[in-house]
Design a protein around this ligand. Structure first.
Ligand code: GLC
Length: 429
């Protein structure tokens, strides 16, 4: 079967009537940014599903505009996920959706640029307009609850909010979570039973306890705000670049649809001017997260350092310099989630080294927007080849020379399938 047909079959297999699960068994519910990427793939093959996917996602939006990272549709049918709907207990928040259980943290705001693509594909304008209003309400929540000091930049409160769960970027933060206070946390992990070699491919138990510690604290404050000494308060360049990208899209399509985008316009301007101040590192020529607890950048070379290219944040000159640095890395696939030159790098462990297709896709799109067609084409063909060789997996060993037979983590992974479809179809345009 061709990689295109295989990818389509993965999306079909994971389709649950109104939304798509990220991977069978491992992730049996609806995930926020996954749905955005999945919709982009479905636009080429089953556009009505793309629209239903985003409508389902926003059916879980809270009264204050917040959009959860997991929606536990049919929670009772899948008792096998941890942390479960009951663990999250989203109903502690007065804003939560009474009829649908969810998590109480969010994920990167991909919906704006997904909606722009939907409009470009000629989908129903009225349905899109409703979703645009909802996406604006979500951005408004981010500015109301998460904005840092009128910078137009927003903070995340949990590593899962970044979507890059155990990235090396978050290590120094987790070191400050006192083990004594997390000793009583019980783990009921299911993920480690669903993937191969889980001890080298998934987060460690100690880290997992820290993730749950943060959930417990956030639940304690009804997912409303964080205590001033809360250890995880970060301006993530990936989350903020995606927010900027989606703001640009929502402003553009909002104008076409007659929807007011004044707040987004003001915040977009503020965020662009502050992005450099907090997140750009001139010495290393890269973007890094800014840890608000210690007021310092977290200087580790990760694939996320390049995602601001997706939102047209750096100048052309700067992008060229950033990409020039990559020429010295000849023995591995771009873009490893942590560069092998970092001492924390791990070949197979989740976000600590492996290649993830959504990050490659965003950087590829960014390259195209700068007319870096040659670089973009190399990245596109390399990424498709990686999936062709190792399967429609969740993540991939970044070395070119490897004895690996398959990808890593969840098999039949939906956003890998969807974005490969988009990369293949791009060629036909
Ligand atoms: C993993 C990824 C996260 C994704 C989720 C569902 O937790 O780190 O980004 O949303 O799986 O696919």
């Amino acid at each position: 079967m061709s990689i295109l047909e295989l990818s389509k079959s993965v999306l079909n297999k994971n389709w649950k009537g109104k939304f798509t699960i990220p991977s069978p068994r491992l992730y049996p519910f609806q995930w926020n940014w996954d749905s955005g990427f999945i919709a982009l793939g479905n636009l080429h093959v089953q556009p009505e599903r793309a629209l239903l996917e985003i409508e389902s996602l926003f059916s879980g939006q809270w009264g204050n505009g917040f959009l959860p990272h997991i929606l536990f549709h049919n929670a009772e049918e899948h008792s096998s996920y941890f942390p479960s709907a009951d663990y999250w207990n989203s109903h502690v928040s007065k804003h939560s959706t009474p009829t649908l259980k969810s998590s109480g943290i969010t994920q990167p705001p991909v919906h704006g640029f997904v909606l722009e693509e939907m409009l470009n594909h000629g989908l129903d304008t009225n349905r899109i307009a409703i979703l645009v209003e909802k996406a604006i309400a979500y951005h408004t929540y981010l500015y109301n609850q998460r904005e840092y000091a009128n910078t137009g930049l927003v903070a995340i409160w949990h590593n899962w909010e970044s979507g890059m769960d155990n990235s090396v970027w978050w290590d120094s933060i987790f070191e400050r979570i006192d083990v004594d206070s997390i000793r009583k946390i019980e783990l009921g992990r299911k993920d480690i039973h669903e993937v191969k070699e889980s001890e080298s491919t998934r987060p460690k138990d100690l880290d997992y306890k820290r993730y749950l510690y943060l959930v417990d604290e956030l639940r304690g404050s009804h997912f409303e705000n964080v205590p001033s000494d809360f250890p995880f308060q970060v301006i993530d360049p990936v989350f903020n670049a995606i927010l900027i990208k989606s703001n640009r899209s929502l402003i553009k399509i909002g104008k076409q649809l007659g929807i007011n985008t004044a707040l987004l316009e003001t915040k977009l301007e503020e965020s662009i001017s502050h992005f450099d101040k907090y997140l750009w590192n001139e010495d290393q020529g890269l973007y890094f997260p800014y840890d608000l607890v210690v007021n310092e950048q977290i200087k580790v070379h990760c694939s996320g350092s390049y995602v601001p290219i997706f939102a047209n944040i750096p100048s052309v000159d700067r992008v060229t310099k950033m990409l020039d640095q990559l020429k010295k890395y000849k023995d591995f696939h771009l873009f490893p989630s942590c560069f092998p030159t970092e001492n924390k790098f791990e070949t197979k462990n989740y976000w600590r080294g492996p290649v993830w297709i959504n990050i490659n896709w965003m950087i590829w799109k960014g390259m195209l927007s700068y007319n870096l067609t040659k670089e973009a084409e190399i990245l596109r063909t390399q990424t498709i080849a990686l999936v062709e060789k190792y399967g429609v997996y969740e993540y991939f060993n970044p070395y070119l020379e490897t004895t690996a037979k398959t990808g890593i983590g969840g098999a039949d992974f939906s956003w890998t399938a969807a974005l490969i479809i988009d990369m293949i179809k791009q060629k036909d345009k």
